[in-house]
Design a protein around this ligand. Structure first.
Ligand code: FAD
Length: 287
């Protein structure tokens, strides 16, 4: 199918993009990589009257360490994360995650900001953002707003972004050298969206886990941090037994599993257990 007709506007700055959204309200949508929006428009599940193309906005694709943060420009393409040029545990984790997103042609176009704004429950970047408590920087004609990841994801495909806000930048904590980070996901075919995935980040001091961030995506409407798994890990040594206990706690704590043609709640619960375990094992083996 072809999309319904629409007006096409090119924004040359984030200010201009925000002004277009303010002018057209919920009749307008941002076009970033188009890898989610264009299919949705072709099926006529979205019929925006105006498309605001942000692809030519200069200096909007970057990964930049700034003090304790990694700043990520909204237009940074997925493929850029395959060689992020960043030292430390995050620099080693990002390529391992990026590799799981779709196929290369999609990774060449799709953007980090587009993934977060689209908020698919099984998006790798959404799970990473929730796990690490990213801060989303939204811009409108009235100014800038910082949104914590815990408040950003409302439900599947719905975020805290208002109709007149663009997502301009995302901040992740630049994890120090004592952190170990891992990732695991299950899907039926390489390149498909995950059914369940997990990001694990643990901070070690003298052989003990002193901080833990365990995230799960694909299991529920929005990515979640697992407080139960994190509690199980704190103060312990990074052993297989402790990881299995934490993974079990993560699975047992979830009550609102998604069910669809891919997997029912029981399968998703089993997958959470296995993916959290594998993400923790990945963290200590790959780092
Ligand atoms: C076959 C296929 C397989 C895929 N597999 C995966 C996968 O395994 N994992 C995964 O995570 N994704 C997957 N995707 C989706 C892909 O990652 C998209 O790139 C991503 O979901 C959206 O990014 P985009 O830049 O293409 O955004 P677009 O498609 O341009 O936009 C998506 C939505 O976000 C809004 N938007 C975009 N940017 C902004 C912004 N800066 N501010 C405000 N709103 C904005 C748009 O208005 C639109 O509503 C797949 C896509 C396809 C076609």
């Amino acid at each position: 199918m072809k999309p319904a007709s629409f007006e096409y506007v090119t924004a040359e700055s984030w200010d201009a993009a925000a002004a277009s959204l303010a002018e057209h309200g919920d009749d307008a949508l941002i076009l970033a990589g188009g890898q989610s929006l264009v299919p949705v428009m072709n099926f006529r599940l979205a019929q925006p009257a105006v498309l605001v193309d942000v692809n030519v906005i200069p200096d909007s694709a970057y990964l930049q360490i700034d003090g304790d943060s990694l700043r990520i420009g909204a237009l940074t393409r997925h493929v850029r994360f395959e060689a992020p040029g960043i030292d430390g545990p995050l620099g080693r984790l990002l390529p391992r995650i990026a590799h799981h997103i779709a196929h290369l042609p999609i990774r060449m176009r799709g953007t980090f900001g587009g993934s977060l704004a689209h908020a698919d429950p099984a998006s790798e970047w959404c799970t990473l953002a929730r796990t690490l408590d990213a801060v989303m920087i939204a811009q409108s004609v009235t100014g800038e707003r910082r949104i914590a990841a815990a408040d950003f994801f409302h439900s599947a495909l719905a975020t805290d972004l208002a109709d007149d806000e663009v997502l301009r930048e995302v901040e992740l904590p630049a994890l120090g050298p004592d952190w170990r980070c891992g990732f695991a996901e299950f899907n039926r075919r390489a390149g498909d969206f995950a059914i369940v995935q997990s990001v694990a980040a643990i901070e070690l001091h003298e052989g003990q886990i002193v901080s833990a961030r365990i995230g799960v995506g694909g299991a529920t409407e929005t990515p979640q941090r697992s407080g139960a798994a994190e509690k199980a890990l704190l103060g312990g040594a990074p052993t297989s037994e402790l990881f299995a206990e934490a993974a079990g706690a993560a699975a047992d704590a979830i009550e609102d599993f998604l069910t669809d043609q891919q997997a029912n709640a029981d399968l998703r619960r089993d997958l959470v257990r296995v993916m959290v375990l594998r993400a923790l094992e990945d963290a200590v083996s790959a780092g």
